[in-house]
Structures are given as C-alpha cells and as structure tokens.
Design a protein around this ligand. Structure first.
Ligand code: ZN
Length: 440
C-alpha cells in the first residue's frame, strides 16, 4: 500500500537527534503516523511514486515542541492578576478565583483554548497539572494533541477532591482512563512541598514507582518557599523530598530557582529532570534557575511555559529564546545555552522527562511523526545563515504553518483543521465577561 504514505519536503530538516544537525534536500516519509524514512527527497519520490507530497520549500521542519509544565485551563485567567509576587498572586487572586469558577466546564473550555494556542504555536505535547485531570485528558485526546496528564495531589479541598484520599482515588481512575487514549499518558502531580504533606508524598512515591510514571512538582520556586520551610522544619524542601525517596529519574522538578551547589550535585546524582520556566520565573520575580550549572552537571533540563496566568502565553518559541538569553545573562557567558541546546530543551529533553522519548521528541526512524513546519521566508528571519539560530533568536510562533501529531495534519497553512477557532474565541470571551462582571 502506498496510498497512506506522505512525503514532507522542507527546505531545512532539523531532526534534533543527532544534535545541532541541519539537513538540506531531505524529507520525512510518514506511514501510518510514523516516520519510516528520512532521506534525500529525490530518492524518496522515486521510491514512493504514489505518495502524497507536501512541499514546504521555504520552511524548516523540526520535531513538535514539548511544553513540560503548564496548567492549561488557567488560560481563562490570562491577564487577570498581573504584576504581583507569587504568594500574593496565589493567595489574593488565583486561589479565590479557582474556588469560585473552576468546574468541569471551565476546565473543558480553558483547556480547549490552551490547546488551540499550543497547536497554532507549534507545541505538540504538554504536561499538565490542574484540577479535573479527567476532563483535561478527554479534551486533549479529542483535539488530537499529545499530553501527560498530571493527577493533582493537594491536602486542601478543591472542586476536584475534598481530601488527600479522594485526590489519590480519583487520580487512579484518571490513570486507568488514559491507558486507552492514544498519545495520552499520566503523571502524579503533587502541587508543591508547602501544599502536600509527608504522608501524601510517601503515597506519591510508592504509586509512581508501582505505575512507572513521572512525578511532576513545583520545587524551590522562590526564596520565600525555601525560607519558610527552613524556619518551620529546619530543612530545605529538596532535602525533605530526598528523605522521602522522591528524588530520582521519575521526578520533574519545576522552576528550581533556588539551588545551592550541593543541591545541583544531588539533582544530577539522582537523575532528576528540571522543567525550566524562564518567563514565569521572570514575571513573578521568582528568581533564576542555574541552567548553565545544571547542564554542566549533566542534568536533563527541559522547558515549560507555566500557565497563561503567569506568563502570559503558552508560546514555546518565546520560552526557548528566554532560556537562551537568561542563561547567558545569569552565567555572564554568551556561550552558555546556544540555540541548538535551547531547541533540545524544547523537544527531546522534554520527551525524556515525560518518559516518551521512544515515541517523540526528535525526527528519527520509527518515532511518531510529531513535527512542525516553520516558514522562515519572512522579513524577520531573512537571510538564513543558520536555521536553528533563526528559529530560536528571530522567529515568531506565528511562522508555524503546519503541525502534525502522530502523522495527523492538525494545523495546515496556519489554520486549525479540526476546530472552529471562532467558537473557541466566543466561549473564551463569554468566560471573561462573566468573571470580570462578578469581580466588579
Ligand atoms: Zn506551575
């Protein structure tokens, strides 16, 4: 059968593995959702004469971007409480708004809005941490995006669960639910050291080990968090988590802006992954993540946007650029975090952290065809000496023309194929009006 075969022929093919590689006159051949050839375009056309050819002659083709930390549905709180510090933002604004507004309908509509934004800006996979993860899983699957659904754990009651037992019970149901959803996986998502007890964290550790899934947690987000923990318990949160057996290769530590030298060594030794969120850290003035030192120690660092309420977008292009620039500024070294490494952080490193690097994260034979085309023939990205540099330092996410996930063409020539963007916008506007009116 050759009718199911598609050849995507870009100007530049950037597979990410091997690293810092740009291929010209090369294409990707896709069959049944998987990459079956990466080869010279002319020879592919000869080998597969009946294949459908998608010619993107001004474009770079790269793996789909992987957002390793977000709270998708919070997109409906975008811009609601800007220019405040993290704890004030949470306690005065976000937690009261969540108590008032978050239910399954808010989660469904907010997640749809977030996924539309992510797809249109080239993100093919996201790792979520939020309430009603069952709805997030169903929505992600319906929209065709790849996702790791965080089964949230808190000690405080929310609209999703009344106590720790209910978070775990419902989380286990979500884990079962995702087993039958293609492209969807699960993780445990204890919110943060200050909001989850030792008892619950021990359960997370045991269940993550038993189910062989990642743990996704905000850790050392601010100096305040670390100071409070030291004042109340005498130890830093990272040490507490290590004592509880949670620091291992299943752990994705989000933010990690407060790291001492020996903590970087510990993270490297334990194989912990870091989800770096440079824009959220900057906007909430949470501090800097020592990415250069972490990478030098051999730590797998990936990228996340955090929610659109603290960013204020889900744009991984902006995150790659911020990561590269921030690393140079923090380390006072312009050679720190070159463009190709920022691209790795946004793709294969995220796949490794989410334990799905056998399926996605790079354009390699046998992996799923999760990939995006970026039109570089624009005034802001011409001329092109080095397409990886152009993508990281010059391109806007609006230059993403096409998105494929598991070979399915979800964004074509800048348009969402399976979703009516007008309806999404109307629903989001209605939520905004309702929330703004109630706060008046
Ligand atoms: Zn977060």
């Amino acid at each position: 059968m050759t009718t199911d075969i598609t050849i995507i022929a870009p100007r530049w093919l950037i597979p990410v593995e091997p690293c810092n590689t740009v291929l010209e006159n090369h294409c990707v051949v896709v069959e049944n959702g998987n990459i079956v050839q990466l080869c010279n375009t002319q020879s592919a056309l000869k080998t597969f004469p009946q294949a459908t050819l998608i010619d993107r002659s001004d474009h770079a083709l790269i793996p789909g971007l992987i957002n390793t930390h977000t709270h998708a549905a919070m997109s409906l709180f975008r811009g609601m409480a800007d220019d405040t510090a993290l704890m004030d933002w949470l306690i005065t604004h976000i937690w009261p708004a969540e108590a008032k507004w978050v239910d399954q309908f808010f989660i469904r509509d907010g997640t749809e809005l977030a996924i539309a934004e992510m797809l249109l800006s080239g993100t093919t996979c996201f790792s979520d941490m939020y309430l009603f993860p069952d709805v997030v899983a169903g929505t992600a699957h319906k929209m065709g995006v790849r996702a790791t659904i965080g089964m949230i754990v808190l000690d405080a009651p929310t609209a999703w669960a009344k106590d720790a037992d209910e978070y775990f019970a419902k989380g286990l149901v979500v884990h079962q639910q995702v087993q039958s959803l293609s492209g969807i996986t699960s993780s445990w998502a204890p919110h943060a050291p200050y909001s989850v007890s030792d008892t619950s964290l021990r359960r997370v550790q045991k269940l993550a080990k038993k189910l062989k899934i990642p743990v996704h947690m905000h850790i050392h987000e601010t100096q305040h968090e670390v100071d409070e923990a030291v004042a109340s318990s005498g130890i830093r949160p990272l040490k507490r988590l290590d004592d509880l057996g949670l620091l291992n290769s299943s752990m994705i530590a989000v933010h990690a802006t407060q790291l001492e030298d020996q903590e970087i060594d510990l993270i490297a030794e334990r194989g912990v992954h870091i989800a770096h969120c440079p824009n959220s850290n900057a906007k909430l003035a949470s501090g800097h993540c020592r990415v250069t030192d972490l990478l030098a120690a051999g730590v797998n660092v990936c990228l996340g946007t955090d929610s659109a309420a603290s960013n204020n977008n889900l744009d991984m292009f902006i995150e790659m650029r911020a990561a590269a620039l921030n690393a140079k500024q923090v380390s006072a070294n312009p050679k720190s975090l070159p463009a190709w490494q920022a691209l790795e952080m946004a793709t294969i490193n995220g796949a490794k952290a989410l334990q799905i690097d056998h399926q996605t994260g790079s354009l390699c034979l046998g992996k799923a065809a999760d990939m995006i085309a970026i039109d570089l023939n624009r005034v802001n990205t011409m001329p092109v000496y080095d397409p990886i540099s152009q993508i990281v330092y010059s391109a806007a996410s609006s230059q993403v023309s096409d998105v494929w996930i598991q070979g399915k063409h979800l964004v074509k020539q800048h348009s969402l194929l399976n979703f009516d963007q007008g309806i999404l916008l109307q629903k989001s506007a209605r939520w905004g009006e309702k929330i703004a009116l109630a706060d008046r």
